[in-house]
Structure formats: structure tokens, C-alpha cells
Design a protein around this ligand. Structure first.
Ligand code: FAD
Ligand code: DHB
Length: 394
């Protein structure tokens, strides 16, 4: 087995792991990023698309803003649709000019990989049998295999950025973690279509047939989601069925409807809320989906991951100057505060917009009353807007 050393071993090359490596590099801190998938797989994985103002600011401040500025689509507002009408929420006006930017997660990942490759610091794809150890003593390390050869990477810190199904969180003894979880009885069927967006902003729709969401990736590509069962087989959804369901749930009385076009990608995702506390065990720090999952309705997952690693990079950089590790000790509590705020918001958006499985007519009328209050109260719209655009990273 070959032995190597670095300051920070980062497990996972999703947005969290790659951004952490980038922030550490800018502070002159060495890291190795280990990813079990291939580079192409990581780049092509279609997922999130909404960047909070804080994520955009972080990318810009760290030299990753150029393509984002050119190709990202700044949206000052969103639409909430119900009872056949679209209602506009002017987020920028309600939050002193903060906004969201549409820029696919795979574009963020591509920019981060390019930046990493430019530094010549290690980013190793296609590794196997990654296992963190020694994080409660003074000798943290991560063992892994690459092309059949074994490696032992010793380090000062391990960053578990390996997503919900990764190995880092499960390497912590279960007795040391408190887990909070909630499953939702539905999923999202998501598609990408070659169709010009027919609205310049996102439309979140509560419809008696179920939730639907209109989003986009560019002036030529629309991204759309439909509430469906959590375990539905995507093969049961023909293109015709998808379009007729989208039209039924999204069209509004003013004649607005999504444009149709060739479907170039489709997939079903389940929805859950999950938090593991604390986000740290010894020298092992969890960040992003490895520590928490939110249902996608609030568009928070990627942004929470970015906020985590921003704080983690600051904390890792601190001890060399202060030696007291205050920021490392505060990492989990500060992260959990932001996480629970996002959990509350995502749960609220989800329960307000999705068709309840109870089929209870009272639940639907209560949702409509909530939506009616939301779009007629400046206070309620401000609460939505400030959570949706995101509070500044701290
Ligand atoms: P991941 O992106 O999951 O990255 C973890 C990485 O670790 C992966 O590359 C994985 O291959 C790797 N890995 C796993 N196990 C190992 C191992 N054993 N060894 C080495 N590597 C390993 N969020 C938003 O903010 N806005 C949105 O609009 C939004 N929409 C979404 C829509 C959908 C359909 C989905 C599924 C998610 C959405 N999200 C959204 C959530 C967002 O995609 C995630 O929160 C985000 O990917 C988290 O980043 P991460 O780096 O923590 O984890
Ligand atoms: C997108 C995803 C979301 O989860 C959301 O709430 C809004 C937009 C998107 O992929 O564009």
C-alpha cells in the first residue's frame, strides 16, 4: 500500500467537495479530492439549477464568476400559480435587491473541475473502497484503491463531502449521531426539453392533479418537474403523458402554458428531509448532502452545501493563526442553524404546493387559503422572498 500525505482529505467531488478544495487552495492549503465516479458522470449529472445570491457572490469572489455572469440567468422574481392564476413575487424589491440565478449544477461542477485542474492539485476520479479512519485520535487518514492499487492518505482533517449515500457519515458510530428524518409520500419526475422557456421566471404551481414546476437552463432549454409517486418507474411516463400532465397542471387562465419540445433527459427522484447532528466527529467534518437533505421545493440543497464549505474552509484556515480552533468548534452549531432554517422553509414550500396524499378536501382548501394569504400579504411575500434568495453566508 502506498502512503501519501495532505492537509485535508476531501471525499466526494460534488459541489461541496470541489468548492472546499477551491477555497482551501486560495488559502494555500493543500488537499486531495477523492471521487468514486468518473469525471464525465459527475459533470453530466443533471440536478439543481437555482443559485442563491450567496452562492453567486461566493463564485464571483473566488474567480469563478466569468461564465456564470455570461450564461447564468438572473431572476428577480418567481410566480406562484393556483386556481388558474399566476401571481408574481418580486423578490428583489422585497429583499433590497437580492435575486437568484439560474445556472445548472453541472455547469458549477464543470467550472470547479476546470479551476481544480488548473491548480495541479490532486483530484482523483474512479477511486474504490474509500474508508476514513483515525479521526478521533491524532492520526486521521483515508484509505482507498485506484486501478487495483491500495493507498493510505494521512491528513490533518477529513471532509466528508460524499453526499447522502457516502461512507463518511456512516463511519461515525451511530451512537454519536442524532438523526432527524422525514419521508414524503411523493417524488418529482424531472425533464429537460429542447423548448424555449415561455416565461422569463420560474412558475411553482399548486394544482388539484398535483404540484408542477416550470424552470429553465437557457433560452433554448426548459426544465420541468411534476409531482409523482416516490417509486414511479420513469418508463411508465411516455413523452405524450408527460406533456399532457404538464399542460394540465401548469396552464393558466390568461393563456400561459409551457412550450413543448424534444425531451432530452428524464428521471424520478424521491423526496426527504434529513439532518445528522452534529456535523463533526473528531477530525471528520460533514458538509452538504452528507449531513443534510432537503426536499427540492425550496431549491436549497446545493446552496446549503456551498454555505457549509465556505464556513469549513474558514475554520480550517483559522488554527494556524489562533491555535484555539474556535471556528472549528463552532462549525457544526452554525451549520445546523442554517440547515434547520432551510429545512423549515423547504418543508413549508413542499407542504403548501404538493397534493396531499390524504385526499382530504380540508387540506386542499387550507393550502389555497395559505396561498391566497401569501400572494396578498407583503409580509408573507417578504418572508418567502428572503428565504428563497437566501440569507448571506456567515
Ligand atoms: P453530491 O452532489 O451528492 O456530491 C457527492 C459526491 O460524492 C458525488 O460526486 C458522489 O459520486 C461522491 N461519492 C459518494 N460516495 C463516495 C465514496 N464512497 N467515495 C468517493 N466519492 C463518493 N439544490 C439546490 O440548491 N437548488 C435546486 O434547484 C436543487 N434542485 C434539485 C433537483 C433535483 C432533481 C435533485 C436530485 C437535487 C436538487 N438539489 C437542488 C439538491 C442538490 O443537487 C444537492 O443538494 C447537491 O448536489 C449537494 O452537493 P454535495 O456536493 O453535498 O453532494
Ligand atoms: C429547479 C430545481 C428546484 O428544486 C427548484 O425548486 C427550482 C428550480 C431547477 O432545476 O431548475
Amino acid at each position: 500500500m502506498s502512503a501519501t500525505r495532505t492537509q485535508v482529505a476531501i471525499v466526494g467531488a460534488g459541489p461541496a467537495g470541489l468548492m472546499l478544495g477551491h477555497l482551501l487552495h486560495l488559502r494555500g492549503i493543500d488537499s486531495v479530492i477523492l471521487e468514486n465516479r468518473s469525471r464525465d458522470y459527475v459533470i453530466e449529472r443533471v440536478r439543481a439549477g437555482v443559485l442563491e445570491q450567496g452562492t453567486v457572490d461566493l463564485m464571483t469572489a473566488t474567480g469563478l464568476g466569468e461564465r456564470l455572469r455570461r450564461e447564468g440567468m438572473r431572476h428577480d422574481g418567481i410566480y406562484i400559480a393556483f386556481n388558474g392564476r399566476r401571481h408574481h413575487v418580486d423578490m428583489a424589491a422585497l429583499t433590497g435587491g437580492r435575486a437568484i440565478t439560474i445556472y445548472g449544477q453541472n455547469e458549477v461542477v464543470k467550472d470547479l473541475i476546470d479551476a481544480r485542474v488548473g491548480t495541479s492539485r490532486p483530484l482523483i476520479f474512479g477511486v474504490d473502497q474509500v474508508m476514513p479512519s483515525g479521526f478521533t485520535g491524532g492520526r486521521p487518514s483515508v484509505s482507498f484503491q485506484k486501478d487495483g492499487d491500495g493507498f493510505e492518505l494521512s491528513c490533518d482533517f477529513i471532509a466528508g463531502c460524499d453526499g447522502f449515500h457516502g461512507v463518511c457519515r456512516t463511519a461515525i458510530p451511530p451512537s454519536q449521531l442524532q438523526v432527524y428524518e422525514r419521508d414524503y409520500p411523493f417524488g418529482w419526475l424531472g425533464i429537460l426539453a429542447h423548448a424555449a422557456p415561455s416565461s422569463n421566471e420560474l412558475v411553482y404551481s399548486n394544482h388539484p392533479r398535483g404540484f408542477a414546476l416550470f424552470s429553465m437552463r437557457s433560452l433554448q432549454v426548459t426544465r420541468l418537474y411534476l409531482q409523482c409517486g416516490p417509486d414511479e418507474d420513469v418508463n411508465d411516463w411516455s413523452d405524450d403523458r408527460i406533456w399532457s400532465e404538464l399542460q394540465a397542471r401548469l396552464h393558466t387562465d390568461d393563456g400561459w402554458r409551457p412550450n413543448e419540445g424534444a425531451i432530452i433527459q428524464k428521471g424520478v427522484t424521491g423526496m426527504r428531509s434529513f439532518v445528522a447532528e452534529p456535523m463533526r466527529y473528531g477530525r471528520l467534518f460533514l458538509a452538504g448532502d452528507a449531513a443534510h437533505i432537503v426536499p427540492p421545493t425550496g431549491a436549497k440543497g446545493l446552496n446549503l452545501a456551498m454555505a457549509d464549505v465556505y464556513r469549513l474552509a474558514e475554520a480550517i484556515a483559522e488554527p494556524s493563526t489562533s491555535r484555539r480552533e474556535d471556528a472549528l468548534n463552532a462549525y457544526s452549531d452554525r451549520g445546523l442553524r442554517r440547515t434547520w432554517r432551510a429545512q423549515r422553509f423547504s418543508w413549508w414550500m413542499t407542504s403548501m404546493l404538493h397534493r396531499s396524499d390524504s385526499g382530504n378536501a380540508f387540506d386542499h382548501r387550507r393550502q389555497l387559503a395559505e396561498l391566497d394569504y401569501l400572494v396578498s400579504s407583503r409580509a408573507a411575500m417578504t418572508s418567502l422572498a428572503e428565504n428563497y434568495v437566501g440569507v448571506p453566508f456567515d
